[in-house]
Design a protein around this ligand. Structure first.
Ligand SMILES: *Cc1c(COP(=O)(O)O)cnc(C)c1O
Length: 217
C-alpha cells in the first residue's frame, strides 16, 4: 500500500474527536511532505537532532511534536518553534522547558509522560510523580507552561487485557487531574494498539509505521 492509502486508511478509523499525530521519525523530509500534502499538519519526532534537520526544510505551518526523551541541554534548540512536548518525564526537564519558554517569550504546551507499561521502560513519571508535578502547576509554578494532558505507552505484548489495564491507569489519572483543572489531550495508542487506546479513552494517537511502513534503522 502507498503512503496515501495507509494514511487514508488510518484516518478512516479515527472518530472525529481523535487527533492524529503522524510519527515521522527516521523518515526523510520528502516523505513527510507527501503526507503534509494530503492535509496532515501534526508530526511527531523523537530525536532533537533529527527534528532540527527536518524543520527548516519543511513548511512552517507544521505542528511539530517531540515524543521522545528530551535532554535538558537540548531544550533551547526547539523551544522557539515546538508545538508540543509530549515526553515530559521529570520535574527537571519541565523546569528547563519553562525557562526556555520564558526566554522565547512564549508558552510551551506539554504532556506529562507517565510510565504505564508493566515491562521495564526507561522513561516516564510514576502516577504519584505526575500528580505532584500537576499540583505544583495548578499552584502557579511553571507559568510559561501549559500542561495539556498526559501521554503513555502500553507494553509491547499480545495480551489485550494487560494493554487495556495499562491504558486504563492513564485514563483514570487523566480524569482525576481533569477535576483539578480540565485537561484536553490524552495521548495513547500507536500503530499496533491505537484502536484499543481509543476504546480506552485516547483522543490523540501517535501513528508511524502504519503510515510510512516499517522503519529500517
Ligand atoms: C515511534 C513512536 C511511536 C509510533 O510508533 P509506530 O509503532 O511506528 O506507530 C509512537 N509514540 C512514540 C513515543 C514513539 O517513539
Amino acid at each position: 500500500m502507498s503512503i496515501e492509502q495507509n494514511y487514508q486508511n488510518i484516518l478512516s478509523q479515527l472518530p472525529d474527536n481523535v487527533k492524529l499525530v503522524t510519527v515521522s521519525k527516521t523518515n526523510p523530509a520528502e516523505k513527510i511532505k507527501e503526507v503534509y500534502d494530503l492535509g496532515q499538519r501534526a508530526f511527531g519526532e523523537n530525536k532533537v537532532q533529527e527534528l532540527l534537520e527536518k524543520q527548516p526544510v519543511l513548511p512552517n505551518d507544521i505542528e511539530w511534536r517531540l515524543i521522545g526523551h528530551l535532554q535538558t541541554n537540548k531544550v533551547k534548540f526547539i523551544a522557539g518553534f515546538i508545538s508540543m512536548i509530549e515526553s515530559v518525564d521529570s520535574e527537571k526537564i519541565l523546569k528547563e522547558i519553562a525557562k526556555e519558554a520564558l526566554k522565547n517569550n512564549r508558552k510551551i504546551n506539554v504532556l506529562l509522560q507517565v510510565k504505564i507499561a508493566k515491562e521495564d521502560t526507561k522513561f516516564g513519571l510514576t502516577v504519584d510523580e505526575a500528580k505532584e508535578i500537576f499540583n505544583q502547576y495548578i499552584n502557579g509554578n511553571f507559568p510559561n507552561i501549559e500542561i495539556k494532558g498526559l501521554m503513555g505507552m502500553a507494553s509491547f505484548v499480545e495480551d489485550e487485557a494487560q494493554i487495556r489495564e495499562e491504558f486504563g491507569v492513564l485514563k483514570q489519572l487523566f480524569d482525576e487531574l481533569s477535576e483539578l483543572k480540565p485537561l484536553e489531550t490524552l495521548s495513547m495508542g500507536m500503530s499496533g494498539d491505537f484502536p484499543l487506546a481509543i476504546e480506552c479513552g485516547s483522543n490523540s494517537v501517535r501513528v508511524g509505521s502504519a503510515i510510512f511502513g516499517e522503519r529500517v534503522y
